[in-house]
Design a binder for this molecule. Structure first.
Ligand SMILES: C[S@@+](CC[C@H](N)C(=O)[O-])C[C@H]1O[C@@H](n2cnc3c(N)ncnc32)[C@H](O)[C@@H]1O
Ligand SMILES: [Zn+2]
Length: 421
């Protein structure tokens, strides 16, 4: 994403919230009864006493066979107690084992799961039975770029993932035309949650939320989110849920970073129930000639910057952001206060940054220059993408990019099959 979307300020031109008090009291109505989920258990406690959201855990399905996955073991001594419990989960049908690390269910494809013991050396008990599989053996050619994307965003959110008060307004803007009130009671899936900021606000508004990310960003989200939100590390293209599970599936600033965005969308659409909504945000193709020129420059720079070590790129983004602040953002701040110059001020790019701290400007330069893949869409292309994925009532609104929404066709109640003869 680029800006205030980690996603869109620079995303605004060509195109990141810290109430710092994560974990507001949330309703804990169980989804189990509403969704017909059987066998709800008492809350399971990790070694540090952190409760796992058992009702949401019951939604997880095995990546190999689609059967129910259960918590088989919880460690007495979690490696990352500040984030949550470690343990192992097991498929009830085929026996496939999935690690539960630092309060997050790790349901990655085997190729990516094999790196987890290296990433989380303190969670030893979670990995006792991990099957290894290398990328070549799995035939997943997009593995490498997905891992680089995951690592780039993990670096970004680990440094810039603090929740900010401004993200509340940002959430409202990105969710339109859905109102904040409409989130109460919804079962929401957030695909590519990043720091978890949108998941945080959905939960605060009364939704039951499952937040998913492919990379270690998920630990930033886990730290920001209340215990009632289930966090899952998984690939958007291989999600561990049954079709028709969620009322609302959102993926904000994610699809345009996937190797095949249309395929990614078509994998997440079936997870929404008939009549449910799929809600996305995509980068737009700029129309203003001046913006097009800047985008060309940035795209040329990306050929080099996506290959730079994250620390080096981060260091370069500080002076770059300072230059933008001095030449554009701060002058705009001054001009907008002078009534006669307000019109002139209105023509400035990067206006949104005037209301954000400097760190957000740095964040967005990093975001734009680091993600290995990015694609841009016209409004017509965004509409076509949603329709092609089988959605109806498609709406695409401008918000520093395209906010797209569609509904899964509601086929109505299925007529019972009568015995013949
Ligand atoms: C630009 S960030 C957006 C984060 C969040 N949605 C927001 O709006 O603040 C994109 C996120 O998508 C995640 N992501 C990228 N590819 C993914 C994939 N294949 N499956 C799941 N998440 C993915 C990245 O790790 C990153 O955290
Ligand atoms: Zn299985």
């Amino acid at each position: 994403m680029g800006s205030t979307g980690g996603c869109s300020l620079i995303g605004d031109l060509m195109a990141g919230v810290q109430t710092s008090a994560p974990g507001s009291p949330l309703h804990s109505r169980t989804v189990a009864s509403e969704k017909g989920i059987r066998d709800v258990q008492a809350p399971q406690l990790g070694g540090n006493g952190t409760a796992l959201p058992t009702d949401l855990l019951a939604l997880l399905r095995c990546l190999e066979c689609g059967a129910t996955v259960r918590v088989a073991h919880l460690s007495e001594r979690p490696g990352y107690p500040e984030l949550g419990p470690d343990g192992r989960m097991r498929c009830e049908a085929c026996g496939e084992s999935y690690p539960l690390v630092a309060g997050t269910a790790r349901m990655l494809p085997r190729t990516m799961r094999s790196r987890l013991p290296i990433d989380y050396p303190l969670a030893r008990e979670a990995f006792q039975e991990e099957p290894g599989e290398d990328a070549a053996a799995s035939g997943d050619r997009s593995h490498d770029v997905k891992q680089r994307t995951a690592d780039s965003f993990a670096y970004e959110w680990q440094r810039f993932g603090a929740l900010r008060e401004q993200w509340r307004r940002n959430f409202v803007d990105y969710m339109q035309p859905h109102t904040p009130e409409s989130f109460a009671g919804r079962l929401v899936l957030d695909v590519g949650t990043g720091s978890g900021r949108h998941a945080f606000h959905a939960a605060e508004l009364g939704a039951q939320v499952v937040a998913v990310d492919i990379g270690r960003s998920i630990d930033v989200a886990r730290g920001n989110l209340p215990p009632a939100v289930l966090t899952v590390q998984a690939d958007a293209e291989h999600l561990p849920f049954e079709p028709g599970t969620f009322d609302f599936v959102m993926s904000i600033g994610v699809l345009h970073h996937l190797p095949d965005p249309q395929r990614g969308l078509e994998r997440i659409v079936p997870l929404a129930r008939p009549g449910g909504h799929v809600h996305i945000y995509l980068y737009w193709v700029p129309e203003h000639p001046w913006h097009v020129r800047v985008l060309r420059l940035v795209s040329a720079a990306r050929r080099v910057t996506v290959r730079l070590p994250h620390r080096v790129l981060h260091a370069l983004c500080v002076p770059l952001a300072a230059l933008l602040a001095l030449t554009v953002v701060w002058p705009y701040r001054v001009l907008r206060r002078v009534p006669r110059l307000r019109r002139l001020a209105g023509a400035f790019p990067l206006k949104t940054y005037a209301d954000y701290p400097f760190g957000v400007l740095v964040n967005d330069q990093f975001d734009r220059l680091s993600a290995p893949l990015e694609r841009r869409y016209t409004r017509a292309e965004a509409v076509a993408m949603l329709r092609e994925a089988g959605l109806t009532d498609v709406r695409v609104l401008a918000n520093h990019g395209w906010v797209g929404d569609g509904r899964v066709v509601d086929t109505g109640p299925v007529a019972p099959t009568l015995p013949t003869g």
